[in-house]
Write a protein that binds this ligand. Structure first.
Ligand code: GLA
Length: 380
């Protein structure tokens, strides 16, 4: 969105000019799924779709208006506590709450929120909300926060304020993304290595339009199963286990817990191998690894669904497709496909038609550019 458009929306709503405008991107994960809460490896990219926020300081209380939902919300940023705000504004309120520790009370603001992220498709609008409000409040308090620090605060906001027990991947991707690159992240150390996307390859989001369901309860159940496996294996996190250890412990493991752990262990290896395959533009290896990831998420981790399987298959049989798999938490949402750039249009038409034929749902296929992470776009 243009800065002038954003300024107008703010002025129309509040009768004053904004003093700061920020943007935070959504993310798409190439590989490394359900590994981040096991201390493992992930490889997401920040995408050229996200959330914009305009803000100006007010004597108070904070008042936010969303052009996505058309509704407004009010809370006091200086005193807000968990449990007092819900819905989309809980991410904004939660960031004010979580920032109290490192930077002190956040000023109350009036603000507008705009987004072009597809909703419910698993591209992390929640992390983008956290990162964009983190940027806004830090800028208004005249404090500089490291993008990694902001990501950790965002995760804390989501865990402790919003009440979702997520890992740190989404916030890291939205905060630390780099133009033209995916980011390989060691979620234990938060060390980042850039993973350039070859010029002739495009990252394509294939949204099944099947809204995600039961995500929170099933997600928390997977987390507990991973913890149960770690404790039987005698490791801190599944990041510290390998297949040999898992097979040795098999007799003492519940069969479901065994399969959950096998997914995490093999997914960590696939993510490490994918980093090399991408650097070498080795398409055969990339295809095998993406396929392996999808199969493991479907059979061992059991977070896929009919629509995600249909979409992965539709993508794989479409022109120029190097590889495809479900992306994000699962239970609906989207697949990610790597597609030869010259075939992107034909790919979209073919994948849409094949998916619709199987599911009777019109999907949305979006070619994404990797962009830089959350930042201030403009400040008075
Ligand atoms: C959600 C969570 C992330 C991560 C993914 C699965 O997006 O927010 O932390 O666990 O699911 O890889």
């Amino acid at each position: 969105m243009e800065i002038s458009q954003l300024q107008c929306a703010h002025e129309e709503h509040y009768g004053v000019q904004p003093t700061v405008i920020a943007f935070a991107p959504g993310r798409i994960n190439l590989i490394g799924e359900h590994t981040d809460y096991n201390g493992g490896f992930v490889m997401p990219a920040a995408i050229d779709r996200g959330i914009w926020v305009t803000a100006s300081v007010t004597d108070g209380p904070t008042s936010l208006w969303s052009s996505i939902t058309g509704d407004g919300v009010t809370f006091d940023a200086r005193t807000v506590e968990p449990g007092s705000v819900d819905g989309w504004a809980s991410y904004a309120a939660g960031m004010a709450w979580v920032l109290r520790d490192p930077i002190g009370n956040c000023p109350n603001i009036v603000g507008t929120v705009h987004s072009n992220l597809p909703m419910g498709s698993g591209v992390s609008s929640s992390a983008a909300m956290e990162m964009v409000f983190g940027q806004i409040w830090a800028a208004l308090a005249d404090k500089k926060l490291d993008p990694k620090q902001l990501a950790i605060l965002g995760q804390k906001c989501e865990n402790k304020f919003v009440g979702v027990n997520c890992g740190v991947m989404d916030q890291m991707a939205s905060s630390c993304g780099r133009e033209g690159n995916a980011v390989f992240i060691d979620t234990r150390t938060l060390e980042i290595q850039l993973a350039p996307i070859p010029k002739d390859l495009s990252i394509v989001l294939c949204d099944t339009k099947k809204p995600r369901a039961l995500t929170d309860s099933a997600y928390n159940e997977r987390r507990s199963q991973c913890e149960a496996a770690s404790s039987v294996l005698g490791v801190k996190e599944l990041r510290d286990a390998n297949m040999e250890m898992l097979l040795d412990a098999k007799p003492n493991l519940d069969p479901i817990v065994f399969r959950r752990a096998r997914h995490v262990i093999t997914e960590n290896s696939r993510t490490l191998e994918f980093q090399i395959a991408l650097a070498n533009n080795d398409r055969e290896a990339m295809q095998a690894l993406l396929r392996g990831s999808h199969t493991s998420l479907r059979d061992d981790y059991e977070v896929s669904c009919f629509e995600l399987d249909a979409m992965a298959e539709a993508a794989l049989t479409s022109p120029g497709c190097v590889g495809a798999r479900m992306t994000g938490a699962g239970f609906g949402g989207a697949c990610v496909a790597l597609v030869e750039t010259q075939w992107v249009l034909e790919f979209g038409e073919s994948a849409s038609a094949a998916y619709k034929a199987k599911t009777d749902i019109d999907p949305e296929i979006i070619a994404c550019k990797p962009v830089k992470g959350a930042h201030i776009l403009w400040q008075a």
